[in-house]
Design a binder for this molecule. Sequence first.
Ligand code: PGA
Ligand code: ZN
Length: 414
Amino acid sequence: MAKILDIRGRQVWDSRGRRTVEAEVVVGRGTTPLATGRAIAPAGASTGSAEAKTVDVPTAVHNIGTRIRDGLRALSVSDQARIDERLIDLDGTPDRSRLGANAMVAVSLACAHADAAAQKVPLWKKLAGDRRVSLPVPQIQIFGGGAHARGRCDVQDYMIVCTGAGSFAEALEWTAQVYAAAGQRLARRGALQGVADEGGYWPAFKSNEEGLLELIGAISDAGLEPGTDVGIALDIAATQLYRGGNYHLALENRILSAEQLHAMWLRWIESYPIVSIEDPFAETDSAAMRAFTKACPVQVVGDDFFVTSADKVRNAAGACNAVLLKPNQVGTLTETLACWDAARTAGYKAIVSARSGETEDVSIVHLAVGWGVPQLKVGSFARSERMAKWNEGLRIEESLGAKALPYPARKLFE
Ligand code: PGA
Ligand code: ZN
């Protein structure tokens, strides 16, 4: 069994041109290095207030090279639970503010990569063991608004889910067509203004609902059937809209109560083939979230609302019916996995998710495949920090071949 010999941190840059931290873990037997694992921390823009805290990048790099390195050296790299427990102890705070969740998640993931490399298997395979796996169903952004487009519209993500696709590769084929069609539609109206943080088109809409109409138009232009081939997923990120007990739709110059917003979402779900809606109410507005989940016929995802906390999922009491899993919201792989376990136990669906600030790191694709999480969200169909992840999914699907479990899209959303 390989042991941790050395750990280094370094500053690298993310997709928004901001500093972030990379960790590199060297493992071996005795003093002989066998393998290296590497991972980079992502960063959110519409972060939940209960997310684990980051420290500035020079401090994160320093922490990795000192306290974390000293604390993890000589541990077996295969014992992820022990590694993560040690990280949590070394940090010693409830919000990860001493070591920094950015330092912790980079190290936690780098250890997993190093273990996989030492075992000469892909990361997904190390996580899955002998379990059969499939590729997850992607939620792919077409228009990017909210905090990822300087509040140009209120809804943060207008996404598609290729519910009728027979494989991950086919879902990407269809997405490429819809993404291109959406761009052509905007160009024809003189409304093509580049892309937002996750690669979705900048939303030059007069109302939030116009984004839905454009999405339906793009799906149809691509020769696909809205609702049958392709459904819609929304991330409202409503915490960003919540002030003084009401929801402010800046684009439409309207202020809505939770009841009015509830009615509006239900009307949207009635009128458009929406299959999933994320953070439809603010992270603190549990009563509204609970009432809505009860009334809502589709997937209701908690992102800011759960911040990947297993405890919050266990105490949800009927709020939401699906969980977004973002490793950097908690800080370690083990805690992220615990949240997925809590979700499964509670009968909740789950989606592994990237952040709006990303890099070439493709770890999350492996987590979704290896842990059997049937949905994956990594932003749009442009910009290489996004495409790197979709392309990694293609490689994994190809390597699985006939050994894969059936691709879950049709079953998940039937
Ligand atoms: P964030 O948003 O990474 O900016 O927090 C992504 C999401 O809400 O899914
Ligand atoms: Zn979200």
